[in-house]
Write a protein of this length. Structure first.
Length: 188
């Protein structure tokens, strides 16, 4: 009987210690100070520091090169429609990305006569962590010269790529939605 009582007391003591320690860890995490946002002057100073680094110098050189000017002009051409998340008529020009691209699954499209990379992110073959089928599967039915409607929340560029990069958030073909990105509510 005494062993049973001592065992129960020991378990109660361990459980209480675990709960207390867990509460302490949560309160310590909550007390971490949030770093203050940079002022405009501090942002400008940090940008100037970065521009003086080798990566910054290479970027500025690319930005003023004919290829960089072309890519930035292409990004500017669709910026208003991306910002408004409005429909863009596009034609599929290639079912694969340029050689050496590390953007995950994507296709090449032409919008208003300008070529763009339409990137969807990493493709998980088979089943993903949520145990669902491959969400990009309907996009594999696209063919070159297919006319599609796309929507995107962002357009970006990188010196590595000769085309602006559109985030593939929505794709429709002949009134049928092929892909629609699910945005998580409340952040991560």
């Amino acid at each position: 009987m005494k062993k049973a009582i001592y065992t129960l007391l020991l378990l109660l003591l361990l459980a209480g210690g675990w709960v207390f320690a867990n509460r302490e860890m949560k309160s310590l995490a909550a007390k971490k100070p949030i770093p203050p946002l940079l002022t405009a002057a501090e942002k400008k100073t940090e940008l100037e520091k970065w521009e003086a680094t080798p990566e910054g110098i290479r970027y500025k050189t690319w930005e003023s090169s004919p290829e960089g000017i072309k890519v930035l002009a292409g990004a500017d051409k669709v910026w208003h429609r991306v910002n408004a998340f409005s429909n863009m008529e596009a034609v599929v020009t290639s079912l694969s990305l340029p050689a050496g691209a590390r953007l995950g699954f994507g296709i090449m499209v032409r919008v208003d006569g300008e070529a763009y990379i339409l990137s969807f992110g990493p493709e998980i073959v088979g089943k993903n962590a949520l145990n669902t089928k491959n969400e990009f599967q309907p996009l594999h039915s696209l063919k070159v010269n297919d006319k599609i409607i796309i929507k995107s929340h962002s357009v970006s560029h990188a010196p590595k790529y000769a085309y602006p990069i559109l985030a593939g958030d929505y794709v429709e073909k002949a009134g049928k939605i092929l892909y629609k990105r699910v945005f998580h509510k409340g952040g991560c």
